[in-house]
Design a binder for this molecule. Sequence first.
Ligand SMILES: Cc1ncc(C[n+]2csc(CCOP(=O)(O)OP(=O)(O)O)c2C)c(N)n1
Ligand SMILES: [Mg+2]
Length: 651
Amino acid sequence: MNVLPYIETPNDLKVLTQPELSQLCSELRTTLVQTVSQTGGHLAPNLGVVELTVGAYRALNTPPDVMVFDVGHQSYVHKLLTGRQKEFHTLRTHGGLSGFPKISESEFDLYGTGHASDSLSVALGYVLARQGIHGIKQSSESFPQVVAMIGDGSLTGGMAWEALNHIGHTGANMTIILNDNEMSISENVGALTSYLGRIRLDRRYWGKREFVQRQLERRGGTAGRHLLDLGIRVRDSFKHLVVPGMVFEELGISYVGPINGHDIEQVETAVRMAKEVPEPIIIHAVTQKGRGYAPAETNPTLFHGVGAFDIQTGAVHSNPDAAPSYTQVFGEALVKEAEQDPRIVAITAAMPQGTGLDLFCERFGSQPGRFIDVGIAEEHAVGLASGLALGGKLPVVAIYSSFLQRAYDQIIGNVALQDAHVVFAIDRGGLVGEDGPTHHGVHDLSYLRTVPGMQILVPANEVELVDALHTALRLDGPVAVRYPRGSGRGLELPEQPSQWEYGKAIELKRAADKEVALLAVGRMVAPAQKASEILSEAGINASVVNMRWVKPLDEDYLLNVASKHKLIVTLEENTIRGGFGAGVMEFLASAGRATPVMQIGTPDAFSAQGTVNQLFEELGLDAQTIADKVTARLKPDSAPSSSSPPSSSRA
Ligand SMILES: Cc1ncc(C[n+]2csc(CCOP(=O)(O)OP(=O)(O)O)c2C)c(N)n1
Ligand SMILES: [Mg+2]
């Protein structure tokens, strides 16, 4: 008989026997593998936290106790234990369960996540809100427990350390589970990683840990003054004996561990104990990423976030006809550029594979200082790039659009204000698909456009990406090259890249009677071209322009277009607020031109998850809807009445 179907809330875990618990874990793993083999998703991180999640929930009373997941990519087990088994097959699909915790999805999802290193801040906020600044030193019997689960990769992020600093200061009654699998998406990096590695490796500590744990267990369970004493005594008396975790201890956070994160009993005991000690505790749990599914154990990086795959072989389904991705084209192009220019330094924030910089690492990794992985530390990556640039290097910082949001202050203050020549390679610009609203890169054109001196190049295909990168490396000051997730258009790449003319748009089609001009950037150029064909069948002549530069805009050309067309349509895979279209409107208004502008882009709302095609249709970014919107505007009587979905356009 299966156990999992009987688990409706985490409290149901408490009645299970040891054999039932192991069976449950194996059922959870089977469900994870089967579902993710169909939907794609974060498999290896979830396989690694099966016992950790079950053990923690056995020690908690949920609700009111709660768990906050860092990134939230490891929350599938939590979803399966909190009443979502029936919908689990819809994971990451349009209208289905999110691949991350989401407040609107379940009362058990305390917080909607997706970006790394924020769980400790959120958990502390929650603790202070619930317990009050003055209540936190009291027994946890009367206060619901908040447990934050954070990975060793996410602990490399600055925000996590800002929170630790504050948590130690407040002495808040909360528990942190450090899920240490020695991996970020790829191998984890940095001095902290070496530190955790030393703790893990030195077996002497494991024995001491058991001693400490026994002590705590024996005394735990008694509320009030005893516990308070215990909390203080534990820290003081064992400080010099229990060397592991001293970094945390010195910050005022009691350290327990390392424990075996695949031993439910150990996890449960540690969390229960932490619950009873009214001060911040960090439990260092060692786990194996991908545990229990051989292909994921062997290649946890591939199975970190994986597409649909064959369960037997572990082979990821791929379309043999698919063109190389923008990421790959960028990675190869940068290697070629760096062969020519030894000043080029490539920087990633824990995403060498995701950004294509793994190719750069393979080629130049042996040359000191040419490839730098800073960990999940986007702010530091950009600050570092600024110093490198001013010191004579030519840094290329490759970061996904949504994660670069973290580094906005550094872009302004450290790079632009210093006029440092830093090239931002912004991958995942636009809609990313199944990862949903936390990962859609639809704000960068807006947030970059307001930065003085920033130059923004938006290639429309992979050939243009190679040329845009080539151009960006030859400019001065801050430059961003922004391109989407996924395959290019299958174009043949030139032997030699060419340099774009500075700030110049490319006219792809000039309509004879100049009714409407479709001004597009990036991936929207293709649907703009197709829309112009649909429009011409409906008797509407549309000019089509690949604007290429969002900043500086080709102002001369815009003046020309405005004087010769009845309607201008701007098309971008970015929010209509403050992006490319807004820039066109601002310019035309300030130049005194009254030509109406219709903006097409993502709406001023968070867009859902789904395939990129589904989202394009839903948001009205596909060629047919673009054509329908233009027709409705120019020939209101002939337009189909039901053609316009929730509109992101306005004049
Ligand atoms: C700000 C930010 N940068 C990058 C990422 C991409 N990312 C998602 S998970 C992950 C690695 C997390 O490693 P860890 O916390 O150790 O969790 P594990 O997957 O090993 O369980 C990264 C880099 C992100 N989600 N947020
Ligand atoms: Mg990890």
